[in-house]
Design a protein around this ligand. Structure first.
Ligand code: HEC
Ligand code: HEC
Ligand code: HEC
Length: 135
């Protein structure tokens, strides 16, 4: 691609540079964030840890909706679950799976508490999880 650019256009115009920069920025952001990531920060930052980034899509493609939204009791509305670390350690919420059996355990604080300071509770990308039919 670079050779092609060179042969048709000896020096890159500012516009071409801008387009390349935008493409680079867009592809970088799609690596850093996943569609429909959920920020959970009702307590985290106030209690001195980083906000939690919950990759919803990553989990959705591995488990059926009803596992979390019925059997494990997660309310289907961002920010509506009052999740505490004590409850997780007690085997509730994320702790149902992040227990060194179904998934890696709770000692890996930074894997969940990975958000930058200041992020507000909410969903990134879309406020609707586009499942088929009603859920
Ligand atoms: C599997 C994911 C996960 C892991 C691993 C995890 N946490 Fe959390 N933690 C959460 C979630 C979710 C919340 C609730 C976030 C919110 O809404 O503020 C939370 C909340 C907290 C809070 C604030 C609320 C409270 O109960 O005090 C503290 C402090 C905390 N975690 C510390 C830790 C520490 C320390 C570790 C590692 C030993 C850890 N967490 C590991 C998911 C995790
Ligand atoms: C591994 C657990 C898990 C699975 C599986 C899962 N979800 Fe979720 N879902 C969550 C959590 C956690 C939240 C955020 C709750 C919160 O912020 O308190 C959430 C939030 C949502 C929301 C709220 C979005 C908003 O804008 O308020 C919807 C809708 C949703 N899920 C739909 C689905 C659908 C549809 C499926 C299956 C295709 C699914 N979920 C599978 C855990 C899960
Ligand atoms: C139904 C089971 C289940 C629940 C509930 C669950 N997880 Fe997970 N989670 C998994 C599994 C399985 C993996 C993949 C583990 C692996 O790759 O070894 C995972 C991976 C992750 C990852 C890493 C994603 C990546 O890109 O590698 C994060 C972050 C995470 N979970 C956070 C959370 C948080 C925060 C909660 C609670 C809000 C939660 N999980 C609830 C099963 C669950």
């Amino acid at each position: 691609m670079f050779n092609l650019l060179k042969s048709t256009n000896r020096t890159m115009t500012p516009l071409a540079l801008f387009v390349v920069a935008v493409i680079v920025l867009l592809s970088a952001s799609s690596v850093l964030a996943e569609y429909a990531d959920v920020v959970l920060n009702r307590h985290a930052e106030a209690e001195g840890v980083r906000p939690v980034i919950y990759p919803h899509w990553f989990h959705r493609i591995r488990f059926r909706c009803k596992v979390c939204h019925h059997e494990l009791g997660f309310q289907m509305k961002v920010g509506s679950n009052d999740i505490t670390m004590a409850a997780i350690l007690d085997g509730k919420f994320c702790g149902m799976c992040h227990n060194d059996e179904t998934a890696w355990g709770l000692e890996h604080c930074h894997r969940c508490h990975s958000g930058l300071p200041g992020l507000k509770t909410g969903i990134r990308g879309d406020n609707k999880a586009g499942g088929p039919g009603d859920y």
